[in-house]
Design a binder for this molecule. Structure first.
Ligand code: ADP
Ligand code: MG
Ligand code: MG
Length: 869
């Protein structure tokens, strides 16, 4: 047990600590004391016994508080009443129990009535106490009391408790006590000390009630923490029309507007405001309940509430959510905590608080949860729209979209050509579906998980996706799908709520809120505090434009696969693959050089001198050949080749495990002509773009899937030679950089050597996670979810970087790389580059930049700033 002086939340609980702090700085808080969470741990682990000396200490403290108030616990003429309140180290609103008006019995209730001259009030308090104690401590059904109260209201012909008179309440009390005695074979305890210890025990036990246990599991709150118990003098919101109880936010929790917001109830107590029996009135007039607002009804208490709210904000440096009571005109604070708020409100409040000088700019940056920004950056469904659920799935990618249903990527592409918005519904997606996904407004898959292909690609594209909507049965022949009894056909409208994982029927209206001035201000402050640079992964101009709009400082990864798939790129690739020898392949590839070059020129121009890092072709060649027999025949016919020949080549290239196959550096070594063509295109484009503007272009080329120093040295020699040749021909002396993606453990282990051939390391954490853990991302959903529920791992390593494993590999590679090559640039370019926790780790080990999908750039900017503060 601790006097209310130290304000340690882990010991006193959030509520106890804030009460202690408020009374320490002289705010009007009813006196009391707090039993620490240590007692809870001891009590629950020792078969419900209290630590030595606790009983005496509690009784002494209680007597002292009562005496200071000039009252007596359990006796007249002025009986002392207390509340016994739960309070966990972090807020678990309403999950545990609290008992009010403790200390009332058949004698003290009469004393209270005499003393206040208000028998109605005394008996109202007593019936509330019996009801709370009866349900929480004794375990009587709540309904039993409600029935009695209903009958009393009916008998008196009133519709509200506060209209029952003293006699009616006296009768209710008698019936309550009778009901408990009948139900429990034991009378309601009249000894106030029994009441006290009964309440303390019940509040401690409420740590383990099912609601609290579930809440902790959902919010990752350790079971070991335990609750504190605050015993506090009662103040009475139910002592007449000059009394009230209420809840106030110091600023609007939805908009952040600086204006007190909340509700209160006159002549009421405790949870009446949220109980819903009476409709609470607003603190400020809202036009609906004229004349009943607190500012009109109790102007003095209201003014004081606003002033105290300002003081609390100044003291705690944040918007507060306050529980208060007015007892006969006098305002008391019963709880304060940082208020929950929407992301819009969070940004506005942070910027305003800093503007008002209440907090520093760095603190403002720390006030906003980076992940919450996601919601701002995507359009959302009009909150007033009526929703009709078709099916539910995993919220794989946030945002909202509406479109008509298609069941194939080809149909999605056709629709895009005709300017029709569509939702692509597939069992799951594969790299073949990239174009269909790009054409669709949103994606639904019936299988997969949070990290399946559809989820990852959609997040990268900034499109909503819902995966594992397993209630949906697709009937490809009828081009329809069913969930429960509802059937949806191709062409019917659907709307997706990606953040909620909901597939909704019909076309719902959308709202795209503009990014407010406050957002820009906060981002500017974040940029000022940040050490790491933030780049985006961008495959084309659309991505690059989005990235710039979101404040990216360059492109950390350009995947070049798309260029091979666009226009007649795919056809050229197929011809190259079928060409008889290297010479013929080079000849065919020449046709792709201008396409590549044009692509890179426009990318360099768009990025106007900001760094752009281009990855050499990564996937194995067979990804460019058709898979299905019918498709193979068609392509062969188109190419004027015998189908057998194409099939033979496809078989030759087939790999059992393409993820570990002939890709990346290996491909570049086996088919040097591809990497050479790409290098030529990059350097030529840089020279052209550089000449058209005054911003010099320093192109960066990155080699994927390097394992050996010798691989990179071999490739770098060729890249440098080609670059030198191009530069000489163009009379240019631009610089270029060559680096490698570290995505194999061997590369990390040999990073000191490899650094000798690299200007930079780019950690490709998607593959590095796969190769370090030996887990294929596409197949992991089943067992990873089991691992998560069994507690074998705490987080999905494909979403939050596995610090202890993959993170250590990165740290080692960084240290070794820097040891051998001081100043080598290091970066992370996997999906983790947009995850705030992973970004914090990158800051810790001192990486130079993170690169993520364009839509996550603001998230990364804020997270990187928070990590640096
Ligand atoms: P919860 O954690 O569920 O909010 P609290 O301990 O905050 O539980 O109690 C709920 C409500 O009971 C408070 O908001 C307040 O209205 C009322 N209450 C608690 N203690 C007192 C007290 N000492 N005097 C008057 N009302 C109280
Ligand atoms: Mg509370
Ligand atoms: Mg990779």
């Amino acid at each position: 047990m601790t006097p209310q002086a130290a304000c340690d939340e882990t010991l006193l609980g959030g509520k106890g600590a804030s009460l202690a702090e408020m009374s320490r700085v002289g705010l009007p808080v009813p006196p009391g004391f707090t039993i620490t969470t240590q007692v809870c741990r001891a009590y629950l682990s020792t078969g419900r016994t209290y630590p030595e000396g606790l009983r005496e200490e509690v009784e002494t403290s209680l007597a002292a508080v009562a005496e200071a108030a000039g009252k007596t616990f359990g006796a007249g003429p002025d009986p002392f009443l207390v509340s016994v309140r739960s309070g966990a180290p972090v807020s678990m609103p309403g999950m545990m129990d609290t008992i009010l008006n403790l200390g009332l019995n058949d004698e003290t209730v009469e004393a209270l009535a005499d003393r206040t001259g208000d028998a109605r009030f005394a008996y109202d308090s007593y019936r509330r106490f019996i009801q709370m104690y009866g349900t929480v401590v004794i375990g009587v059904e709540h309904a039993l009391f409600e029935d009695i109260l209903d009958e009393a209201r009916e008998a008196a012909g009133v519709d509200r408790d506060d209209r029952l008179d003293a006699d009616a309440l006296r009768a209710v009390v008698a019936r309550y006590k009778q009901a408990i005695e009948t139900d429990m074979d034991d009378p309601f305890p009249q000894d106030v000390h029994d009441q006290l210890w009964g309440a303390i025990g019940a509040v401690l036990e409420s740590w383990n009630n099912p609601r609290a246990v579930t809440f902790r599991a959902l919010h990752a709150i350790p079971d070991e923490w335990g609750t504190a118990v605050t015993v506090q003098a009662m103040v009475f919101g139910n002592s007449g029309d000059n009394s009230a109880t209420g809840v106030a936010f110091t600023r609007h929790p939805s908009t952040g507007e600086k204006r007190v917001f909340g509700e209160y109830l006159v002549n009421a107590q405790g949870e009446d405001v949220v109980a819903g029996l009476r409709t609470p009135d607003p603190l400020l007039p809202n036009g609906h309940q004229a004349g009943r607002s607190m500012s009109e009804h109790m102007p003095e208490a209201f003014t004081q509430l606003v002033q105290l709210g300002d003081r609390l904000e100044a003291h705690f440096g944040d918007m507060q959510d306050i529980e208060f009571t007015v007892d006969d005109g006098r305002l008391w604070l019963l709880q304060t905590r940082a208020g929950k708020r929407t992301v819009d409100a969070a940004i506005r409040i942070a910027v305003d608080l800093a503007g008002e000088g209440t907090i520093a700019r760095d603190d403002a940056v720390l006030h906003v949860d980076p992940s919450s920004l996601d919601k701002l950056l995507h359009p959302s469904i009009d909150p007033d729209a009526k929703r009709q659920l078709f099916a539910r799935g995993l919220p794989a990618s946030p945002g909202a979209a509406a479109g008509t249903v298609v069941f194939s990527s080809a149909a999605a592409e056709t629709a895009m050509g005709e300017g029709r918005p569509v939702i692509l519904v597939r069992p799951e997606t594969s790299p073949d579906d990239i174009h269909g996904m790009a054409a669709a407004e949103g994606i639904v898959t019936t299988r997969g998980g949070m990290t399946s292909h559809a989820a990852v690609v959609a997040r990268g594209m900034g499109k909503p996706a819902i995966t594992a909507a397993s209630a949906i049965r697709i009937d490809p022949d009828r081009r329809s799908m069913r969930a429960g009894t509802v059937t949806v056909r191709e062409g019917d409208w659907l709307t997706l709520d990606g953040a909620a994982g909901e597939v909704l029927l019909g076309q719902l209206p959308m709202v795209q809120r503009p990014l407010s001035g406050d957002f820009a201000t906060l981002m500017e402050w974040a940029d000022g505090a940040r050490r790491m640079a933030v780049r985006a992964n961008a495959d084309g101009l659309t991505d690059a434009e989005a990235a710039l709009g979101f404040g990216a400082e360059g492109i950390g990864l350009v995947r070049t696969e798309n260029i091979f798939l666009e226009g007649d790129g795919l056809q050229v690739m197929r011809e190259m693959i079928m060409a008889p020898d290297e010479r013929a392949r080079r000849f065919v590839l020449e046709r792709l050089l201008p396409v590549h070059r044009d692509n890179f020129v426009s990318l360099f121009e768009k990025m106007a001198g900001l760094p752009v890092c281009i990855r050499l072709l990564d996937p194995p060649l067979h990804e460019f050949l058709p898979r299905e027999a019918a498709e193979l025949d068609r392509v062969a016919a188109e190419m004027g080749l015998p189908a057998d020949e194409l099939r033979r080549r496809a078989d030759e290239l087939h790999e059992i495990n393409p993820m570990l196959g002939n890709r990346g550096a290996r491909l570049a070594i086996c088919y040097p002509e591809i990497a050479e063509m790409q290098t030529r295109a990059v350097i030529e484009a840089a020279i052209i773009a550089g000449r058209r503007s005054d911003a010099p272009v320093v192109p960066e080329i990155v080699v994927p899937l390097v394992a050996y120093y010798a691989e990179l040295r071999h490739l770098r020699e060729r890249i440098d030679a080609i670059a030198a040749d191009v530069k000489a021909r163009h009379g240019s002396d631009i610089k270029h950089l060559v680096g490698c993606i570290i995505e194999l453990p061997r590369a990390a282990i040999r990073a000191d050597l490899i650094a000798g051939a690299a200007d930079f390391f780019s950690f490709g954490t998607n593959d590095l996670t796969q190769t370090t853990l030996g887990i294929s991302r596409d197949d992991a959903a089943h067992f990873l979810s089991r691992y998560l529920t069994e507690g074998i791992i705490e987080r999905d390593p494909f979403i939050n970087l596995d610090r202890e494993g993959v993170g250590e590999v990165i740290r080692m590679a960084t240290d070794k790389g820097r040891g051998a090559h001081p100043g080598i640039v290091t970066a992370i370019t996997g999906e983790h580059g947009g995850d705030p926790e992973s970004i914090a780790f990158c800051e810790q080990i001192g990486l130079d930049y993170v690169s993520c999908s364009p839509y996550r750039v603001p998230v990364a900017r804020l997270a990187a700033a928070q990590a640096a503060i």
